[in-house]
Ligand binder design. Structure first.
Ligand code: NAP
Length: 520
């Protein structure tokens, strides 16, 4: 079983009580070990050891004592001789911690410094022999592992580095798979989350977590609540299937919340993670290819978002996989599926999700879209999917866009009409669909509606805003005030996710669970 270790900074004796209280909270939240980061614990030698002993003695959980030097990314500026005296004092105090974390580089320098610490009376304290690289994957990674493994005093191997890309996680997984002793292999930074969450799948000894993001002792460390509630860390095992959202950026994606909640509700042995991947196709091809081909990752699918929707189509075509005809026609796919034999296929669930949301929200049947006059505002990726779905249903679509040539290109492709920049009063439509990013929080114009204030909206008009953050966009407010029927982009978002979920699990998506997860 992989343990969750909460890592807690303690910089001075007066902080000890607060730190112990934090550890008690962490134990209640699910931590099974505490790492006391006493790098910066200050005072004369006796006081420092006394403070550390109080942490060990009153610790609600078995503990690791770490006093990381600055040379290894920590905050302790003492010499190795001073640090080893500290460890020796702590380990032989009669209150030895469960583990001492000592760095390979210091150990290598002069092993004899550490003999007092390691020959503690009943050998109560085991040794975690660690190595860290904050610049990237160490060039001598394998030599370091071999050296740590072959050190007789070492009980637990620890190797941590700053991931340069998602692919570094695979190397951490391979190291864990081939380990000869209990091992911690973790990647730091935005690309390293997978190594932290999937440690149980590969038999990692522990993963580190924090109580609050502000307390993290390394970049990319998740909180205990994220590990347990969002990623269901306790359920992850050897056969757990891996899914994710691939995009750039993806850290604010709502998809992990809903898909993980869905997997939990249906008892599907899967975990869904954010997978940040820089824009270029070469990144996409190399990373997704290595995930699909990895023998033990069990990578079974992904939601693919900006800027990779076209890349997904190309990737699946180049691998000789199956490209859904609708995705082909739209020129973009948002869903990757990998079957038991590693065969890839891709789909576009945005288009059917948009049409379903529109029909349900407007209270009309799919066939009733035929010949309806519909204004689509925007000519980007979402507009493309929406227009493809509408034209497939024989609706009469007019496209409005800030950049007319983009509207013209789409109109030609899908046999639609081109309007101006915004729908004007003379041109009254039954349905207006916003596919621009106007009104989106954090977007180019969060307070702006894509329709003029005097747009001819009334109770016979339907307004569908594909923007879903926030759900009450300026357009939705304007339409509600005019008495029009409104449809929020959240409906499309949930439906495109449910269609993905069904592709991956072959089970109906639990929509109510999805909705609840979003509002959590
Ligand atoms: P995109 O490809 O970048 O297209 C953006 C569109 O917005 C373009 O038509 C662009 O016009 C227009 N636009 C941007 N800033 C503008 C401004 N200041 N004034 C006028 N027009 C402006 O983005 P996308 O992928 O289509 O996404 C568009 C929106 O859809 C997103 O903001 C998001 O909220 C929403 N969305 C919803 C879902 C869902 O499931 N409900 C899924 C994905 C996205 P130009 O062509 O002139 O640049």
């Amino acid at each position: 079983m992989t343990l969750i270790a909460v890592s807690i900074w303690v910089a001075s004796e007066p902080e000890v009580d607060d730190a112990l209280a934090k550890a008690r909270q962490a134990a209640e939240a699910g931590a099974r070990l505490v790492e006391w980061r006493v790098d910066a614990l200050d005072g004369d030698g006796v006081d420092v050891i006394a403070a550390a002993i109080r942490l060990i003695k009153d610790s609600p959980l078995p503990c690791i004592i770490t006093r990381r030097p600055t040379s290894e990314g920590g905050m302790c500026s003492e010499t190795d001789i001073q640090r080893s005296a500290f460890f020796g004092g702590v380990a032989n105090s009669g209150y030895a911690p469960k583990y001492l974390d000592i760095e390979l580089a210091s150990f290598r320098e002069d092993k004899s410094h550490w003999s007092t610490a390691l020959s503690n009376d009943e050998k109560d304290a085991s040794l975690i022999l660690s190595s860290h690289d904050f610049d990237g994957r160490p060039r001598d990674l394998f030599q370091r592992i071999e050296e740590i493994t072959n050190e007789p005093a070492c009980d637990v191997i620890k190797i941590v580095w700053a991931a340069r890309s998602l692919r570094d996680n695979l190397e951490a997984f391979d190291l864990l798979t081939e380990r000869k002793k209990p091992m911690i292999a973790l990647c730091m930074g935005q690309f390293g989350l997978m190594s932290r969450v999937l440690a149980p799948k590969f038999g990692g000894f522990l993963t580190f977590a924090c109580m609050d993001k502000d307390d993290a002792t390394a970049t990319g460390q998740p909180t205990i609540n994220e590990l347990i509630d969002l990623y269901r860390f306790d359920q992850i095992g050897l056969d757990t299937k891996v899914y994710g959202v691939i995009g750039w950026p993806v850290e604010h994606s709502l998809s992990p919340k809903i898909h993980n909640a869905g997997f939990c509700a249906l008892g599907h042995d899967g975990v869904y993670l954010p997978m940040p991947l820089p824009p270029e196709y070469e990144h996409f091809k190399a990373t997704v290819g290595s995930f699909v081909d990895h023998e033990r990752l069990d990578f079974r699918g992904a939601s693919v978002t900006i800027p990779h929707k076209e890349n997904l189509l190309r990737f699946v075509s180049e691998r000789g996989g199956m490209v859904d005809p609708l995705a082909e026609k739209i020129g973009a796919a948002n869903t990757l599926v990998i079957d038991d034999d590693g065969v890839v296929s891709c789909f576009n669930t945005d288009a059917p999700a948009a049409i379903e949301s529109l029909c349900d929200g407007a209270g009309i049947k799919h066939e009733d879209l035929k010949n309806r006059r519909i204004a689509v505002i925007g000519a980007g990726g979402v507009a493309r999917a929406v227009i493809a779905g509408l034209c497939d249903a024989d609706a009469k679509v007019t496209i409005f866009n800030r950049t007319p040539r983009k509207a013209e290109a789409l109109a030609e492709l899908f046999h639609a009409e081109v309007g101006g920049k915004t729908p004007l009063e003379l041109d009254k439509f039954e349905i207006y669909i916003n596919c621009t990013s106007l009104g989106m929080a954090g977007g180019p114009a969060p307070d702006q509606s894509p329709l003029p204030l005097d747009a001819p909206l009334d109770k016979n008009t339907v307004v569908f805003d594909t923007v879903y953050t926030p759900q009450q966009t300026p357009l939705i407010k304007q339409a509600e005030a005019a008495g029009a029927k409104t449809i929020s982009g959240i409906e499309m978002f949930l439906r495109q996710a449910s269609l993905q979920f069904e592709r991956w699990t072959c089970k109906e998506a639990p929509m109510e669970v999805f909705r609840k997860a979003l509002n959590k």
